[in-house]
Design a protein around this ligand. Structure first.
Ligand SMILES: [Zn+2]
Length: 503
C-alpha cells in the first residue's frame, strides 16, 4: 500500500521589512504539522518562501535608496535564515523573483485562465491599499483608513486585466459548504461563506508597468501590464512543484496528493479561500483540501506588523532564550483561535517549564537507571498495579496528539504531551524509586521486582515523550533520545541548558 501524501505550505511574506514573530509562529505551526505526519509514516512535502513581487517591496526599496532586486535579495535572506534558529524542516523554499520555476508557472496559470474565458480588460477606478495589495470598497474603510494597515488608500485609475470571479460563486459555495474545501477555524469559514453569499465581484489581476515600476511578471501577451502580486504569489504553491514545466512533482504533490494544506494568517483568508480556489477552478486544476488560518500575535496588546514597526526579530528571540523555548511558547500558549500576547516573561516561564518538568524527569530517570540498573532492567509486566495509571497515559498520548492536530489544535496537542510529563513526575513522587532501592538493599521481599517495574515504566514514559516531542521540539527530542539510549547522565543534566534564560 502506498503511503499517504501530505503537501503543506506557509504563506509567502512580503519582504519589505525584516521577519517578525507572526511569520515565525506560522512557520513553526506548519513545521509541527509536517513533522507530525512524517513521524506517523506519511510522505510529506513542506514549502515556504518569500513574495518578492509586491509593490510594497518596491516602495521600501525606493525609500531605502537601494535597487529593488538588491533590496529584496537582502531581506529574503533574512527570512530564509530563520530555518536554523526556528528548527524548520521545509523541503523547499521559493523566492518568486529569483526562482526559475516561478515565472513559467504564473504564465501557465494565466494562460489557462485566459483559455477558460475568465480574463478580460477593463478600465478601473478604485481605492488601493498598498498594505493589502488590494482595492478596498468604501464599506471596508474605517474613517477613510484601511482597518488592517491604518493608512489611507490611494486613488488609482487604470486599464487592467480582470478575472471573472463572479462566475465561481456557486461552485465555491458548494465546495466550502460540503467541506471538500475545509476552512478552519469555523469562524473563518463562516466569514468566507458570508463574503461569497454577499456576491462576488470580478477583481483586477494586473497592474500597469508604470505603477509597478517594471517590477513583477509581465502579463503574457500584454507587456504594458504586470501580473497582480496576489495572482503571482498564490501561484507559488504550484509553481514550486514545477507546474510551469509540467514537472513530476506537480503530479505527485498537487494533482494526486491526499491532502494539500495552506497554513496562513487570518488577514489573507479571502485571497486563499476565494480568489485562489477560483483561479484553480478556472485553470482546471485541483484545489487545496484545507486552509488553516491562525490569528495574530500581539506585543503588549499591539498587532505585530512590519508596517506598524513594533517587530521582534525571531532569530534574536531564539538566540536569547533558545529555539526550544520560543517554539514551546508558540505551541503551548498560542490558541487555535484568538490572538495571543507575546511577552518575554511568558517565554521564560515556558523555558523553565521545559527544564523543570521534562528535563528533570528525563535526568532523574537516566540517573536512577544508571545507578540501580546499570546492566539493564529485567522484563516486567507493564500492568503491575502501581504503574497502571502511567501505563495508560503512555498508551493514550499519541492518539490524543493525533486527534488535536487533525483539528489543527496545536495547543491542545502540546497540552496532551504535557499531561504525560505530569503523570510521569507524579509517578516518581509517589513510587519514590530511591526508597525502593533502599528496600532492595535491605533484602525486602518483592523490592527487586518493584524497582524493575518503576524504572521500566519511567524509561517507557521518557521514550514515548522523546518520540512524541519530536514534531514540537526536534533538537530537544533528539538529545533526550540520545541521553536515554546511551544512559548518558552528563547529557541528561544538560537537556534544556540552552532553553533556560541566560540573564
Ligand atoms: Zn490595507
Amino acid at each position: 500500500m502506498s503511503k499517504r501524501r501530505f503537501y503543506i505550505t506557509t504563506a509567502i511574506p512580503y519582504v519589505n521589512g525584516d521577519p517578525h514573530l507572526g511569520f515565525a509562529l506560522e512557520c513553526v505551526q506548519a513545521d509541527v504539522l509536517a513533522r507530525h505526519r512524517r513521524l506517523r509514516g506519511e510522505q510529506v512535502r513542506f514549502l515556504s518562501g518569500t513574495d518578492d513581487h509586491s509593490l510594497k517591496n518596491v516602495e521600501a526599496a525606493v525609500a531605502a535608496g537601494v535597487g529593488v532586486a538588491e533590496f529584496v535579495d537582502a531581506k529574503a535572506a533574512r527570512f530564509a535564515g530563520l530555518r536554523e534558529p526556528l528548527e524548520l524542516s521545509y523541503d523547499d523554499f521559493i523566492r518568486t523573483s529569483r526562482d526559475p520555476r516561478h515565472r513559467p508557472g504564473v504564465e501557465r496559470l494565466w494562460r489557462a485562465c485566459a483559455a477558460s474565458g475568465d480574463l478580460y480588460e477593463r478600465y478601473y477606478e478604485g481605492l488601493y491599499c498598498t498594505g493589502c495589495e488590494a482595492f478596498l470598497g468604501p464599506a471596508e474603510l474605517v474613517e477613510g483608513f484601511c482597518p488592517e494597515h491604518r493608512q489611507a488608500p490611494e486613488q488609482v485609475s487604470e486599464r487592467n486585466w480582470f478575472f471573472r470571479l463572479s462566475r465561481y460563486e456557486g461552485r465555491l459555495l458548494e465546495l466550502i459548504e460540503s467541506g471538500r474545501l475545509r476552512i478552519e477555524p469555523e469562524q473563518r469559514r463562516n466569514e468566507v461563506l458570508g463574503f461569497i453569499r454577499g456576491g462576488l465581484e470580478d477583481f483586477s489581476v494586473s497592474r500597469s508597468q508604470k505603477r509597478a515600476r517594471g517590477w513583477g511578471i509581465p502579463v503574457p501577451g500584454d507587456p504594458s501590464q504586470v501580473v497582480y502580486v496576489w495572482f503571482d504569489a498564490l501561484g507559488n504553491y504550484i509553481s514550486a512543484l514545477g507546474y510551469g514545466a509540467q514537472g513530476v512533482l506537480y503530479g505527485e504533490w498537487w494533482q494526486r496528493s491526499d491532502e494539500r494544506l495552506h497554513v496562513i494568517g487570518k488577514g489573507i483568508v479571502r485571497f486563499h479561500a476565494v480568489y485562489w480556489p477560483a483561479i484553480l477552478l478556472s485553470a482546471g486544476e485541483p484545489l487545496p483540501t484545507a486552509i488553516f488560518a491562525h490569528d495574530y500575535l500581539t506585543l503588549d496588546g499591539q498587532k505585530l506588523s512590519k508596517s506598524l514597526g513594533n517587530t521582534h526579530d525571531p532569530a534574536d528571540v531564539a538566540a536569547r532564550h533558545g529555539s526550544a523555548a520560543l517554539r514551546w511558547w508558540f505551541l503551548r500558549d498560542v490558541p487555535r483561535s484568538g490572538d495571543a500576547d507575546f511577552r518575554d516573561d511568558l517565554l521564560a516561564a515556558r523555558a523553565n517549564e521545559l527544564a523543570n518538568g521534562l528535563g528533570n524527569l528525563v535526568n532523574r530517570t537516566i540517573t536512577l537507571i544508571a545507578r540501580y540498573r546499570p546492566q539493564g532492567i529485567a522484563p516486567v509486566d507493564p500492568r503491575a498495579t502501581e504503574s497502571l495509571v502511567l501505563h495508560a497515559a503512555i498508551t493514550r498520548t499519541p492518539g490524543e496528539i493525533d486527534a488535536a492536530l487533525s483539528r489543527f489544535d496545536i495547543k491542545a496537542a502540546a497540552a496532551a504531551l504535557w499531561r504525560l510529563v505530569d503523570e510521569a513526575n507524579r509517578f516518581v513522587a509517589t513510587t519514590r524509586p530511591w526508597e525502593l532501592a533502599k528496600a532492595e538493599n535491605s533484602g525486602e521481599a518483592g523490592a527487586v521486582a518493584d524497582l524493575d517495574v518503576a524504572l521500566s515504566i519511567l524509561g517507557d514514559a521518557c521514550g514515548t515523550l522523546a518520540r512524541e516531542l519530536h514534531p514540537f521540539l526536534p533538537a530537544a527530542s533528539e538529545r533526550i533520545e540520545r541521553a536515554l539510549g546511551e544512559n548518558d547522565t552528563e547529557l541528561g543534566r544538560r537537556l534544556f541548558e540552552k532553553a533556560a534564560p541566560s540573564g
